[in-house]
Design a protein. Structure first.
Length: 142
């Protein structure tokens, strides 16, 4: 094999390896979170506990009436937290990743408590009170 051909093939091989590892690291950062579609009644979102599997730590709550989704975070079997998935920096939607929530527009990051971990956002995500009513969770929107 000629030196020039060897270099070409080696460069292509290295490029494929580097590109594949970069893509793999991006995919590892993605978190698949199931969405629960529901409605709002009297400033409350009702979520049946039967719709939450024991393994699910996160669930996206989506309604027609809210512009942004709500992230329901399981703290324990009996304790949950609800975060509005709206960046406090510039009101863009945030998405979940392996470590918390990220704004894709300016890169602000938040932990699963809704606290800012990296700016430019300065304020924490809006939290909603979560209570239990029999076999349902209630997210209080006021």
């Amino acid at each position: 094999m000629k030196r020039r051909d060897f270099i070409k093939k080696s460069c292509v091989g290295c490029g494929l390896v580097l590109g594949s590892s970069a893509l793999l690291s991006l995919l590892e950062g993605c978190v698949s979170v199931k969405v629960f579609n529901t409605s709002i009644q009297n400033h409350l979102i009702r979520i049946p506990l039967t719709s939450l599997s024991a393994e699910e730590k996160l669930k996206i709550i989506r309604t027609e009436n809210l512009e942004y989704d709500i992230l329901l975070v399981r703290e324990s079997d009996q304790s949950f937290r609800a975060l509005l998935m709206k960046c406090t920096h510039n009101e863009n939607a945030v998405f979940t990743d392996a470590k918390g929530l990220v704004c894709s527009v300016h890169g602000s990051t938040f932990d699963l408590n809704g606290e800012v971990t990296n700016g430019p956002a300065l304020k924490n995500l809006q939290r909603y009170m979560v209570s239990r009513d029999g076999q349902d969770l209630l997210i209080h929107l006021h």
